[in-house]
Design a protein around this ligand. Sequence first.
Ligand SMILES: [Ca+2]
Ligand SMILES: [Ca+2]
Length: 499
Amino acid sequence: MKYSRKFGTVVGASVGVLVAIGATVAACGGGETAATTATSSGSGTTTGETSGTGGAAATSSSGSGMGGTMGTGGATSGTGGAAATSSSTGGMPQPTYDCSPPVGPIPALKLTQIASGLARPVLVKGAPDDDSRIYVLGQKGQIWIIKDGAVLPTPFLDISAVVHQPSAGDERGLLGLAFHPKYAQNGRFFLYYTDILASPGDQHLVEYQRSANDPNVADPKEVQTLFVEPDAESNHNGGMIEFGPTDGYLYVGMGDGGGAGDQHGAFGNSQNLAQRWGKILRLDVDSATKPYGIPAGNITMVPPKDPGDPTHDGNPSDPTKVNGEIWDFGLRNPWRYSFDLCTHDLYIGDVGQGLYEEIDIEPAGKGGRNYGWRLTEGTHDYKVENYSKTGITAPVFDYVHKKPAELPGTQGRCSIAGGYVYRGSAIPGLRGTYLFGDYCSSEIWTYTHSSPPVTSFKDGSASPLMIPGGLVLTSFGQDNLGEVYVTAVDGKVYRIDAQ
Ligand SMILES: [Ca+2]
Ligand SMILES: [Ca+2]
């Protein structure tokens, strides 16, 4: 079955003109583009910082094919089975996401613009128990609400006064938003941002609160700071935060801190268990311990290691130095990850160095994993040296970078933007399928996880569905209904629809 050769035409019809975006590109995922080097503070663009496909935006071309490949989809293994769930507010059941198996093949897809004019949107979310609002996170410090199909004129929150104001190709700013599972009752939400105080800016995990009087606005006053992580490099800042769907703990994605090749320390940050960088942390924000507690089940100690093993803090006989906040490690920049609403599996899009972009899929609740960086990039060795690769969990999937000339009409492939498993009702054939994309090419792919997992980008179950020329894709999003969204650096937000 073929997909999406018509995409450009259809997009033109439903979206209007897709403009070329010039050089205003935010390399949000930390793909090593030229855009990255344009930012401040000497974040070493040394070894391995290859490609330099120039964060320049995709050049116009409103889509006619553009080497658009075929999907051979229809492959839906369907993780469903669980009954469609419903939430309730005030005793009134509300429709929500759909865990039933897919029905029919994946249809050709299109992007429908739902908002524009927002400053660098980088995430779309719903809040628990409220299907009436969609929240859009802006990298410059705003959060907007889309309600009844329109962006409310007053932002939900604007903390641009304390957030680093990103320039072109800048990975810093307001990067993450997570609503407490009981947000409907307690109004608590959490943000991750790079501060404006000094360059390159430190990373803050903070809590805010909905206004007591108006659910469409937040109290502008920070409730508390959970942590401030000093940062020496402008790139690889992570920033995705998300509450675990079953444990209610706050998961915090941390990049390797930055600099090419995870160059800091004897063996980099990501394999250093004394560090936050290069990890997914897991915190208990409901603990009696303030500002957060350490939940049971995180990495608590390192068993004795051979002298060459990098997964210690330099003193393998002393596990007391292990940071108890760690859930997973060995990540480079998990710019975007998500939990499948139905299976609760964790899908991580980990941005690669100069060659490979990867997806890691973690079965629900199975943390404690080493995803390999900097020993490995994707399924390939990066800097193994004399260390042991024992215990590394390989990605389920990786793809190789391309130069612009290899993918005409785009800026090549350079940096993965992890997305979401579709669990909506509008596109029954898409249920259970993961959507993700690439920042440089703006390709959007589907991936249906199956066993054995596919390990090649060429595999038929993971195929490009769209190549929206001119759209510089920063991230994805998902609402409470399980529908999936795309954000673009030019300020537009799109919903993924069937053609
Ligand atoms: Ca950094
Ligand atoms: Ca990896």
